[in-house]
Design a protein around this ligand. Structure first.
Ligand code: HEC
Length: 93
């Protein structure tokens, strides 16, 4: 059941973002991994911790907060579609 939900979320993310890559490539290329590690806390929380925290949450709002540099978070260096794909991938981890 859980894997079906995850698969659904991933499929939705892929559909919503078009052919954009739903993978850690966005996090790597966007410089996110400078401060976020896959499973260890670095400057920011790990991708897995953030994924668990934001699973089921409003990712559009999260993307908007990141773009607005809320809490001094650096502005994501990627398109809106890529950011959405990166966050969708994050909650699937
Ligand atoms: C210069 C370091 C740095 C970079 C680069 C960075 N982050 Fe962060 N990020 C942080 C820190 C520190 C926090 C925790 C403090 C906070 O909430 O802003 C954080 C928090 C977050 C959160 C949780 C926000 C919340 O409201 O709790 C998300 C999601 C996130 N980062 C995603 C990204 C993505 C996606 C990228 C790449 C586009 C990225 N970060 C690049 C340092 C960074």
């Amino acid at each position: 059941m859980k894997s079906m939900i995850v698969a659904g979320v991933v499929a939705f993310g892929v559909l919503a973002a078009g052919p954009a890559l739903a993978s850690d490539k966005l996090w790597k290329d966007g410089g996110c991994l400078k401060c976020h590690d896959m499973d260890k806390k670095k400057k920011g929380e790990s991708v897995k911790t953030l994924g668990a925290k934001f699973k089921g949450k409003d990712l559009d709002k999260l993307a908007a907060d990141l773009k607005a540099e809320k809490d001094d978070h650096p502005k994501p260096k990627m398109s809106d579609a890529d950011l959405k794909a990166a966050l969708t991938w994050m909650v699937a981890q």
